[in-house]
Design a protein around this ligand. Sequence first.
Ligand code: HEM
Length: 173
Amino acid sequence: MVDAISTWLHVLAITLWIGPQVFLVAAVAPAVRTIEDTGVRARVLRVLTARFGWLGWSAMAVIIATGIANLFVVAGDLPGQSAGDLLSSDFRFTRVFREKMFLVSVAVVLTAVHTFSIGPRLLRLMEDASADEEARRRARRISIVTSSIALLASIGALYLGAVLSNHDYSLAD
Ligand code: HEM
């Protein structure tokens, strides 16, 4: 029962990490594009992305903490195995876990670059009335590509998480 808490929190935090990203692409971005005044659009985006950043990064901290807790829970169900053994064993779990960590790293690195560099630069260009329209378009394209790859990597990690939790498959030699 207590073991279920880390999985519950893991999945809850995943919904808070992935859900708003999908909502941003599907609903917020098209709505914000209808604001014609570039300055107002930039101000709206600034509030949205600041809140979005806090939510996303808090969720990622919980995902990592509960992911580590999940490793101990899985190892606890396997006689003679520690969490460390699970990361270097012959189980499929080990391979799938490494692939999942690769995707998580891609998602985290690209989201960090987007949060701390690409996004703020795009907002500055939107706020600067004298900025070149081509520079704005290029920054927007880079922003879309980076955040799309990050989202796809997170969705891939979601799939590999589901594979990991299928123990008949993942814990077979
Ligand atoms: C974008 C990031 C992540 C996503 C989308 C994700 C997704 C998932 C999902 C869907 C599950 C299955 C939950 C269930 O049993 O129903 C899961 C389980 C798990 N995750 Fe993650 N996860 C992420 C990050 C992490 C991280 C950073 C770690 C480790 C540090 C981790 C370790 C684990 C472990 C050990 C399990 C348990 C597998 C089992 O029950 O055998 N995850 N994850």
